[in-house]
Design a protein. Structure first.
Ligand SMILES: [Fe+2]
Ligand SMILES: [Fe+2]
Length: 322
């Protein structure tokens, strides 16, 4: 399987962008999967198993939870994971269609690759909506997903291309970190959820290659002033993601505390709230930025002063996710 995120700069393959797009098409066709035939395969969620792996959920920081409560903790996070991806893929799909138009009368290989990319994101949204429905069937009433996908997409797409492509590469690369966490040996982890991480990552690997190509192309088009504005927009976008994560972590902590069973002490409640937020900051903000591939591309495009601006702005979020 072609995996962009595991490649080193020296082995990344063809430098010509048309060839790289052609490789994405080839890999995309080879690994193409179907929601029902390959991922779901007639299975229901087994609520006796965990949905989110411990490495992502941070459940080990709550040693006072019983095994059943720890499982429920992972179910809440898994449900939010499905909703968060359905959310970001709304704007990513729209942006990819917009980018494809730039190739409509030009590089037909790039056009085909980006259309496949957009089609895959539509499929991923369908998958995650389906997972949300399946999760809802086996979980108590009262769960809410706070942000609205279209409102978020509107807000993201109002920012400049340089920043939107940076955020998108970050998101598509963090599926690598999430997949890696899901393959840690853990017999308590749901097989269906393991497959969700695996199959999603397979297609996200191609998306990350195309994000990088498009981001570098945009970077070559912008002026120094526009790049500076791009950095400002990127910082604003990451702070917006953190705002979404804070609101959802608070909602999920309330739901968990109300439905998990026991009456927790004030100290335990505070720890539960803090762990949801730390886990979500790790999953949706920090894990992508920490992937060497993302840092390498960002460093090659931003000036040292801009890298410092980004680092300073994001340090408090990174520290809070540690
Ligand atoms: Fe996706
Ligand atoms: Fe993607």
């Amino acid at each position: 399987m072609q995996s962009a995120v595991l490649e080193s700069p020296a082995t990344r393959g063809p430098s010509n962008t048309t060839e790289r797009y052609a490789k994405c098409i080839e890999t995309s066709k080879r690994i193409r999967w179907d929601i029902d035939r390959d991922v779901i395969r007639g299975r229901e969620f087994d609520f006796g198993k965990k949905f989110m792996p411990d490495g992502l959920s941070k459940v080990r920081d709550l040693p006072f939870l019983t095994p059943a409560e720890a499982r429920f903790f992972s179910h809440v996070q898994g449900r939010t994971y499905a909703n968060m991806f359905a959310l970001v893929e709304r704007y990513i799909g729209a942006k990819t269609i917009e980018l494809s138009k730039g190739h409509a009368l030009g590089d037909q290989v790039a056009l085909e690759a980006l259309i496949r990319f957009a089609d895959e994101e539509l499929k991923h949204q369908r998958l995650f909506r389906k997972l949300e429905g399946m999760a809802a069937q086996g979980m108590p009433d009262g769960y809410t997903f706070v942000p609205d996908p279209n409102e978020v997409a509107d807000a993201v797409l109002s920012k400049c291309n340089w920043a939107v492509l940076a955020l998108t590469l970050d998101i598509e690369i963090f599926s690598q970190a999430h997949y890696r966490a899901s393959i840690e040996a853990d017999p308590q982890l749901s097989d269906l959820w393991k497959d969700v991480f695996l199959f999603h990552w397979k297609e996200e690997s191609q998306h990350a290659i195309m994000d990088e190509i498009e981001w570098r192309a945009e970077d070559a088009r912008v002026t120094a002033r526009q790049r500076e504005d791009g950095v400002t927009d990127l910082i604003a976008l990451v702070r917006s993601v953190d705002g979404i994560v804070q609101a959802q972590a608070a909602a999920d902590a309330r739901y968990f505390i109300a439905c998990a069973g026991p009456t927790y002490s004030a100290v335990e409640k505070a720890l539960i709230e803090e762990t949801f937020l730390r886990a979500y900051r790790w999953q949706y903000v920090v894990s992508g930025a920490g992937e060497p591939r993302f840092a390498e591309v960002l460093k090659s495009l931003a000036t040292p002063a801009q890298m410092e601006r980004i680092g300073t702005a994001l340090a408090p979020i990174a520290a809070a996710a540690a």
